[in-house]
Design a binder for this molecule. Structure first.
Ligand code: NAP
Length: 471
């Protein structure tokens, strides 16, 4: 039969496209085609599954697709700064879908095809249920924290014996799950199964509450991994090879991303998951009265046009101000004058992996001018001017020497080694880690206070000799 050949072939094509998509994501030059490859792969996967013999009720598939489109279109329109929580919501949906399919199969097979509930399949089903449902509530909590939903505390909520309670809950879910696997068709298994689901849902919530909003992007990458593993396990349950491979790709890429992020912050997995990062920082706000030097956009323009080498370090503030287009104008003006301008990219600048790359690509800044942290640091001492645009933690020298700092050990861009540093931000408020930044008090540093878009716009005007409003 022709369909029997077409479907596996379509699955193979989809798998290849998924792999290429991940590969192409590695480079900003190929990232766009990576997105198209991923979309094409998903479309092929959905159509190939739809035309398969297992789908008997097409109305429900249409309802599902329409529902997905209705929810998906507004979700795709969120501003870039809200992408981390949007991603968390996608993982919540993924986890819920895997979990619900598992529940449906369990009860369907119990009443119609009990022979399908082999120990292996039931084991995979319990595994994917626990992972899927904990991903569902965990991701919802993560999205809520990032969105700063009022009734979800941003700061870590901790209590004595918390890790013990959490581990106990997970172990209880696994033990009850094993009881279900031992005799899945018994009335007892029918009653125990919802308890496994409930414990997994509760575990997802409890897993996230001790983690501060600060660590959510890393946690989201870990939850991404859980959602992928859940889908992969579901693939074994429903005997769908594409689900196994796509889930495994999702699971492993999420894990690799989480590892990269942990390394860039010099944190361990355990520290992110159980370290309650962000809990003590509120008390650390004030210090002795120190002074900073400020500069007007005209000063900034004069200093920059007299430089030979400029390094721009973008951070979260550039994203908030949406200053990337103004930054491009400044880049054009300076390079036109023969000044060498590079962008220093920190792996965790902003609030999501690749945040700065995405913004700078959106503003059409040439990829060749973007330099990774490790490659630019050796050149910082030869840099005349370092322009820090809304970056804070990623240029905080305390990470190198202050053992008491929560960011101690995090690799940073060595902005302080440049001959002159200009920092653009609105106030002396701290960044993500909630700590003061000694860079701003450095003798070589000038603060250009204001919204990054406004300040850089004024600097560009001053560079062009149009006269800028002073701050
Ligand atoms: P940051 O430390 O959060 O600092 C951002 C700075 O931007 C703030 O100090 C803020 O100061 C300024 N700012 C905000 N809005 C602004 C505006 N409209 N105009 C000008 N300045 C503005 O940012 P970062 O240096 O990029 O560091 C990222 C932090 O996020 C790191 O601690 C990193 O570990 C963490 N993190 C990142 C990721 C990721 O994947 N990228 C994941 C997890 C954690 P004012 O309020 O004074 O303006």
């Amino acid at each position: 039969m022709i369909l029997a050949d077409v479907i596996p072939f379509a699955y193979l094509v989809a798998t290849v496209l998924f792999i290429l998509s991940l590969r192409w994501m590695n480079d900003p030059r190929t990232a766009r085609q990576a997105v198209f490859a991923g979309v094409a792969a998903m479309l092929i996967a959905v159509v190939a599954t739809w035309i398969g013999p297992e789908i008997v009720n097409h109305v429900w598939i249409v309802v599902g697709i329409v529902g997905g489109i209705v929810v998906g279109i507004p979700l795709s329109r969120v501003p870039l700064t809200a992408v981390p929580q949007r991603t968390a919501l996608s993982h919540a949906f993924g986890g819920m879908a895997a979990g619900l399919v598992g529940v449906a199969y369990f009860y369907l097979w119990r009443s119609h095809n009990p022979q399908n509930l082999t120990p292996f399949r039931t084991g995979a089903l319990i595994t994917e249920n626990i992972l899927g449902f904990l991903t569902f509530t965990g991701s919802l909590m993560a999205a809520g924290k990032l969105q700063e939903v009022k009734w979800i505390p941003q700061r870590p909520v901790t209590y004595k014996g918390q890790n013990l309670v959490n581990m106990g809950l997970l172990i209880a879910a696994v033990v009850i799950g094993i009881l279900v696997v031992l005799n899945p068709t018994s009335p007892l298994a029918g009653a125990l199964f919802p308890i496994v689901v409930a414990l997994a849902l509760l575990f997802g919530v409890l897993l996230i509450i001790p983690i501060g909003g600060a660590d959510m992007p890393t946690v989201i990458a870990i939850l991404n991994s859980y959602a992928g593993l859940s889908a992969s396990a579901l693939g074994f349950v429903v005997n769908n090879k594409l689900l196994v491979t796509a889930g495994a790709l999702d699971g492993s890429s999420g894990l690799i991303l989480a590892v990269i992020m942990c390394k860039a912050m010099n944190r361990s997995f355990t520290n992110v998951l159980f370290g309650a990062f962000g809990q003590v920082q509120a008390a650390k706000a004030s210090g002795e009265a120190k002074t900073v030097k400020s500069a007007t956009p005209q000063d900034v323009a004069d200093i920059m046009t007299n430089a030979d080498r400029v390094v721009i370090i973008p951070g979260y503030g550039m994203a908030v101000a949406q200053a990337q287009h103004r930054v491009h104008e400044l880049y054009d003006q300076l390079t036109k004058r023969g000044i060498d301008v590079k962008f220093a990219i920190h792996p965790v600048a902003g609030r999501m992996p690749g945040h700065m790359n995405v913004l700078l690509a959106e503003a059409d800044i040439p990829y060749e001018s973007l330099v990774e942290m490790d490659d630019i640091n050796p050149d910082m001492a030869q840099t005349d001017v370092c322009l820090v645009v809304g970056a804070n933690d990623v240029v905080n020298p305390a990470a190198r020497h202050d053992k008491s700092s929560p960011i101690f050990g995090m690799p940073i861009i060595d902005a302080d080694k440049a001959k002159t540093i200009i920092a653009i931000k609105r106030s002396m408020n701290p960044g993500f880690a909630g700590i003061d930044n000694e860079l701003y008090y450095d003798d070589k540093t000038l603060m250009a206070f204001g919204d990054a878009k406004q300040v850089i716009g004024d600097v560009v005007k001053a560079v062009n000799g149009e006269g800028a409003s002073t701050h």
